[in-house]
Design a protein around this ligand. Structure first.
Ligand SMILES: Nc1ncnc2c1ncn2[C@@H]1O[C@H](COP(=O)(O)OP(=O)(O)OP(=O)(O)O)[C@@H](O)[C@H]1O
Ligand SMILES: [Mg+2]
Length: 442
């Protein structure tokens, strides 16, 4: 190439003039700088795009629910790995295929109808469909979200699907274990009732034993007297002379027997009456156990409960009654008795190691309420335990001694009566307050 083909810089500068030359050079510099700037921006955008792609792909890989992106023709544009795995095809083979082709029977049509509604309303929508998976049809709940390009133009939909099969299985398993738990709970409540009945029976057995042995001893004595009277009457009938009869009466000590006879009969009657009273107490408690609310004397119920708990336990406890001599609540006697038995039993258990064990039962009226408090001088309940004592199964007693249901059942009984059972602050030991509606004013 000959040098004539090029103009020298000098001659070029001469042609366009110095000032213009400077302008050109500056324009070239500016353009170059802009180019560099543009290039940098492009690289940054590329890096951002790459990060976004990686981010999206990691979502598509890790999401456990199904995620399917479709175009406006409802053909698959992208799908999560979980979906590919379920239908048994790699994403490359899925792209371009109609989503409805992967659904069973009518559910494909249902999905398309739901998609049309969602797109028309520009709102999310949910539909259940049967997906054809490698292990057979699987119920899936699809959430449909319209996909918009540039914020306005329709670009297809995004489907997120949750397999329901497993969920339903888990739900039915949950229901089964809940049912089992309920049965266990009913059983435990029944056990607790039996335990309370057991305590009651221990008390009753002890209580009945005294008068019965009294009656028994007296009838034994009566038997002896009868034998002697029979001997005497036999002689009378045989026509024995008067002197012999007088002597026999003295030998057989019939005059003393006659006096004792009266005492023995009175003793036997007292014993039988005591038995009758105990049976009446029991009948009163059991008859009203599950029935209607009726005026119930809390003091009398507490006194019977305390009597029986005390008789059923080995330790000695001093029991004092304070306040109203009779405090009438509207209650089911059997249930209240169960509550009071548990409160007294808990107090007696807490004071088992004490020689000075003392139980105070105080009752009073408070407006429309009848209140009874059971307090002891035991170790009390620490704050940490106080929050839990009404929880079912909370117990500090050793296995076999307590199920931890007593207070929770008692609390429930109080609530069922429209009343309350609470632990109230006390200077010494623990104090439980049972508040019920008054029953003496109706
Ligand atoms: N008067 C009390 N003094 C000290 N602690 C008490 C007293 N009453 C209850 N508690 C505590 O509350 C816990 C729960 O009592 P709850 O009556 O519910 O169950 P439990 O007596 O352990 O067993 P269950 O009554 O079922 O035989 C007891 O284990 C005990 O720790
Ligand atoms: Mg208890």
């Amino acid at each position: 190439m000959s040098p004539d083909h090029f103009q020298s810089t000098d001659s070029l500068r001469a042609d366009i003039g110095d000032a213009a030359w400077v302008d050109v050079m500056q324009a070239v510099d500016r353009t170059y700088a802009e180019l560099v700037d543009y290039q940098e921006q492009l690289e940054t955008r590329n890096a951002e795009l790459e990060a976004l792609r990686t981010f999206l792909s990691s979502i598509m890989h890790s999401i456990s629910d199904y995620l399917v992106v479709t175009d406006t023709a409802l053909c698959i544009a992208d799908a999560s790995r979980s979906f590919c795995k379920a239908v048994g095809l790699p994403v490359e083979k899925l792209v371009g295929q109609p989503i409805a082709g992967f659904l069973q029977g009518t559910s494909g049509g249902n999905l398309i109808t739901a998609i049309s509604r969602s797109v028309a309303q520009r709102a999310d929508n949910t539909v259940e469909a049967e997906l054809t998976t490698t292990i057979g049809p699987e119920p899936v709940e699809f959430r449909i979200a319209p996909r918009l390009r540039g914020g306005r133009k329709r670009a297809g939909v995004i489907l997120t699907g949750r397999p329901l099969g497993e969920l339903r299985r888990a739900y039915s398993e949950l229901e089964a274990s809940h049912e089992e738990l309920k049965q266990t709970q009913t059983q435990l409540v029944r056990n607790e009732k039996l335990a309370s009945l057991g305590r009651l029976l221990a008390g009753v057995a002890h209580e009945l034993n005294n008068p019965i042995s009294f009656v028994y001893a007296n009838t034994h004595a009566l038997e002896k007297y009868i034998n002697r009277f029979e001997t005497y009457f036999d002689r009378v009938q045989a026509g024995a002379p008067r002197e012999e009869l007088v002597e026999l009466r003295g030998t057989l000590k019939l005059d003393r027997d006659l006096r004792n006879l009266r005492t023995a009969i009175e003793g036997a009657r007292d014993g039988a009456e005591r038995v009758k009273n105990i049976v009446e107490d029991l009948r009163r408690l059991s008859a009203e156990g599950s029935g209607e609310l009726a005026p119930t004397d809390l003091v009398r119920t507490a006194s019977i409960a305390a009597d029986w708990v005390e008789r059923g336990s080995k330790s000695r406890v001093t029991i004092a009654f304070e306040g109203e001599p009779s405090c009438i609540a509207s209650a089911r006697a059997g249930h209240v008795q169960q509550v009071l038995m548990n409160l007294v039993q808990n107090a007696v258990d807490a004071m088992a190691e004490q020689d000075d064990a003392a139980l105070t039962i105080r009752s009073f009226y408070d407006g429309a309420h009848a209140v009874i408090e059971v307090s002891d001088n035991g170790p009390g309940i620490p704050d940490t335990a106080a929050a839990k004592i009404f929880d079912p199964f909370f117990t500090t007693k050793e296995v076999g001694k307590g199920t931890g249901l007593g207070l929770s059942i008692s609390h429930k009984i109080a609530e069922e009566h429209g009343g309350s059972l609470e632990l109230v602050p006390s200077d010494q030991g623990a104090c439980f307050r049972l508040t019920l509606l008054r029953g003496d004013q109706t």
